[in-house]
Design a protein around this ligand. Structure first.
Ligand SMILES: Nc1ncnc2c1ncn2[C@@H]1O[C@H](COP(=O)(O)OP(=O)(O)OP(=O)(O)O)[C@@H](O)[C@H]1O
Length: 380
């Protein structure tokens, strides 16, 4: 969809902002460009809509060299969201959002109708906010209007330059989550500039980590965190990258341990062969658990002695959620179920298994193989 071929930008004063950059972005992919101030992120982005012209190389959009496309025409198929949103102060929220379709010749009534749909999509009720002016909105609400306006002409490509940079961290996280939900519906090809590694990790399908004018690593978040390509990247993602990585590493079935299992209507077993067993109902769905002590002292069926299981998660939840669930319930293990299949029990995750899952996922990324195929040298 977007292809950079040996792109260089040298400004008139001799500053090389971007140095021989080559990469490709697939349709519907969200790429975060992250790096310290002045490393060339904004320059990269502005070359895509020709606000800045490269001094070397070329950029292809859908196979076509953008140097040959009329810049005005080009910008119509590229939405642009910036930090200082740039809303027209004298226009209402609805008219601001309808600006581009209106310029493109869509009838005013239809453009406003579409604008109202988009405001709804970004979480602003058009009946409440449509007639307000930008100064009557909070910073977070203004950013949402900025996103709605960029989507108004339904462009296949979105460029976003620190769009959530000016709002406080709580609103920011909220906007990020909303944007991810929105992106899962609209599936635009997005270049998203940020200097915040947390934001880059949370949003990006892949992250381009910039050094000065160059990309040091271009990989999915888990790989950047688990296997930084250079000491510079390791330093940039921070010493707590293991923790960050937990949040982008999903629980997989191969991570799970298989404990003893009993069913609700089984007679109470004298011995479990373990300190506890998982209790399932007749459909193999998770019901709870039972301790060896209860089993050895009681009588009747499992049903009368089973305890409800609070600490469980669906497979695919993050290792961070798993860790947090363990802490929240003060549990030495959590049950993992298949949410797609009515909650079928799949196995349990213990702290040791969680640690192992993290190590396996790092090796899997480094070797580019599935996590289940990784053999660890020493298993703790
Ligand atoms: N018009 C210009 N003339 C000369 N140098 C420029 C110009 N615009 C940017 N630069 C320089 O090019 C380099 C890259 O700038 P750019 O704005 O792309 O960085 P950035 O990574 O987006 O930074 P930030 O996170 O601070 O926005 C910087 O050294 C900057 O000073």
């Amino acid at each position: 969809m977007i292809r950079f071929e040996h792109v260089t930008k040298r400004y008139a004063d001799g500053t090389t902002a971007v140095d021989d950059l080559s990469f490709e972005v697939a349709e519907g992919e969200l790429i975060t460009l992250v790096g310290p101030s002045g490393c060339g992120k904004t320059t990269t982005m502005k070359m895509v809509n020709r606000l800045i012209e490269p001094t070397g190389g070329r950029i292809l959009l859908d196979g076509e060299d953008i140097a040959a496309v009329d810049p005005v025409q080009l910008r119509r198929c590229i939405g642009y969201v910036i930090q200082q949103v740039g809303l027209f102060p004298h226009k209402t929220v609805l008219d601001n959002t309808a600006t581009v379709p209106h310029l493109l010749g869509v009838r005013r009534a239809r453009a406003r109708e579409r604008a109202a749909e988009l405001l709804d999509l970004v979480g602003l009720d058009p009946a409440v906010y449509g007639d307000r002016y930008p100064e009557q909105l909070s910073g977070g609400q203004r950013q949402r209007v900025g996103v709605a306006r960029a989507l108004a002409a339904d462009p296949p490509v979105l460029l976003m330059d620190e769009p959530f940079g000016a709002v406080d961290p709580v609103v920011r996280e909220h906007l990020q989550n909303e944007f991810l939900k929105l992106q899962s519906q609209v599936r635009k090809t997005v270049l998203f500039v940020t200097h915040d590694i947390e934001e880059a990790v949370r949003l990006g399908d892949r992250i381009a980590v910039y050094g000065h004018g160059r990309i040091e690593q271009f990989d999915p978040p888990a790989a950047v965190l688990g296997a930084p390509a250079t000491p510079y990247v390791a330093d940039f993602v921070g010493a707590d990258r293991g923790l960050k990585r937990l949040s982008v590493t999903p629980i997989e079935e191969s991570d799970l341990e298989q404990p003893p299992v009993v069913h609700l209507d089984d007679p109470l077993p004298r011995q479990l062969g373990s300190r506890w067993a998982v209790v399932l109902d007749g459909d193999d769905e998770l019901h709870g658990w039972i301790s060896a002590e209860q089993a050895s002292q009681g009588s009747g069926t499992v049903r009368e002695h089973a305890r409800r299981m609070e600490a469980w998660l669906p497979v695919g939840a993050s290792l961070k959620q798993a860790f947090s669930t363990m802490l929240q319930h003060d549990a030495g293990w959590i049950a993992v179920i298949d949410a797609e299949e009515r909650g079928r029990f799949l196995g349990v995750l213990t702290p040791a298994r969680l640690h192992e899952a993290l190590r396996r996922s790092i090796d899997a990324d480094a070797q580019d193989i599935p996590r289940a195929d990784v053999t660890l040298e020493t298993v703790s």
